[in-house]
Ligand binder design. Structure first.
Ligand code: NAD
Length: 406
């Protein structure tokens, strides 16, 4: 029998996932995009053609897939009819809107997948779905399975090389019985690469979210910037210096320490899968990195990062940094702030993350940590999605997903 999938979003990842899934005979694919007139535009483009998906494999070979979703709509009721698996494939700031749109139409025993989840996904999803969260399963992947982009909206997208493996965690609702296996079904939809690996605790996924990477690199690069425009766009990863690598490494240390602390606070949870960012690079990009001797060199020599530059704005005098790019707009509120919130619950100070959040929030004109905080920084009450959720689920939410079943 066919399985019906809903892809939420209309961007790079949504194009790729919906086309991949639609190319499989056993899948029926709906797309829900709430953004502007995307649904209308895309529907029109699909009238007389398929979407072309160009897949570039790691060995450089290319293949093309032609397929199209059964339906692209802005109407959440139509989109949700008969759906068994829902993928959210949008930047984290758009998650809330989709959770609210799907909630009234959510059937029991649905699988909701954050692709990627980003830090805080489960907290936000559970708080918006309320009791319904207990009747479904919420899964979260660490990242998008591939680097990908739209070449022509609604018509042509490209997958530029899959990662080797990708972590997933899930929270199965108390009264949810899925009629299909979770990991195998998602693997089946995205293809053989990357290999999806189960991570036992969703807090571990939150602490490993890759949104931790960008802010320390930005902070290290721009905290002492003299405001003079640059003549070239600096390389983001491959231009990293020792100071930046050090900041990143220290943030990673704080996250590992948070995991360790949680193991002490809550008996029986295993956070050993929270790994250091340096180890993560060595594992996940093992074929792309040529010098693995330290974190800085690993990043500088990672061919997956060839040519990627800092987000910059072009002015008449040259380039200036764009501090309102998703490396901050997304990776601070749905990244470091959530991680800091978990550390706070665990009772751990995180001076390096705090320093970075304090710098970034000024650029974003937000206040996640009070600007005039003294020695121990605490998150500002009511300012973050994490705070909202904390009201209903402090430490008891931090549980082995399998324990939630009993
Ligand atoms: P994208 O930038 O293509 O997403 C744009 C889409 O998001 C739009 O088409 C629209 O559907 C929606 N959107 C944008 N602004 C919105 C708004 N104000 N309100 C509501 N919806 C809005 O995203 P993507 O490249 O598909 O990435 C999805 C996620 O995966 C992001 O979190 C990204 O950081 C992450 N990621 C992307 C890549 C990649 O190669 N593209 C790689 C790794 C991780």
């Amino acid at each position: 029998s066919k399985r019906r999938i809903l892809v939420c979003g209309g961007g790079n990842g949504a194009h790729c996932l919906s086309t991949l899934a639609a190319s499989q005979k056993k899948s029926e694919v709906h797309v829900l995009t709430l953004f502007q007139d995307e649904a209308e535009r895309w529907t029109k483009l699909l009238e007389d053609s398929d979407v072309k998906l160009t897949v570039t494999d790691l060995d450089g070979s290319q293949r093309e897939i032609f397929a199209k979703p059964n339906l692209v709509t802005k109407d959440s009721e139509i989109a949700m009819s008969g759906v068994q698996i829902i993928f959210l494939v949008v930047p984290a700031f758009a998650h809330e809107q989709y959770f609210k749109a799907i909630e009234p139409h959510l059937q029991q025993n649905t699988l909701i997948v954050g692709l990627p989840g980003q830090a805080g996904f489960e907290f936000q999803c559970r708080s918006i779905l309320g009791d319904k969260a207990n009747t479904c399963t919420i899964a979260s992947l660490e990242s998008l399975p591939w680097a990908c982009r739209i070449l022509e909206f609604g018509k042509h997208a490209q997958i530029l090389g899959a990662k080797d493996s990708l972590g997933i965690s899930y929270i199965k609702g108390k009264s949810c019985t899925l009629p299909f296996p979770i990991v195998e079904s998602i693997q089946d939809i995205i293809g053989t690469k990357p290999k999806i690996e189960e991570i036992q605790n969703y807090i571990a996924i939150n602490l490993m979210a890759k949104s931790m990477v960008h802010p320390p690199i930005l902070y290290g690069k721009w905290r002492d910037w003299d405001e003079k425009p640059l003549q070239e766009e600096p390389l983001f990863y491959q231009g990293i210096d020792e100071r930046q690598a050090d900041l990143l490494s220290q943030v990673s240390d704080e996250l590992i320490a948070t995991g360790k602390r949680l193991e002490q606070v809550k008996e029986g949870i295993d956070m050993s899968q929270v790994m250091h960012i340096y180890d993560w690079y060595k594992t996940y990009y093992k074929d792309q990195i040529t010098d693995k001797s330290c974190l800085m060199k690993a990043m500088k020599t990672n061919s997956a990062y060839d040519g990627l530059v800092h987000p910059m704005i072009k002015t008449e005098d040259g380039y200036v940094p764009n501090f309102n790019y998703r490396y901050t707009t997304e990776d601070i509120p749905f990244g470091l702030v959530v991680m800091k919130g978990i550390a706070e619950i665990a009772g751990l100070d995180t001076p390096v993350m705090d320093e970075i959040i304090l710098w970034a929030q000024k650029k974003l004109d937000k206040e996640y940590i009070p600007n005039h905080a003294c020695k121990t920084n605490r998150l500002t009450e009511g300012k973050t999605i994490f705070r909202m959720e904390r009201v209903i689920s402090p430490i008891n939410c931090i549980e082995h997903p399998k324990l939630l079943l009993s």
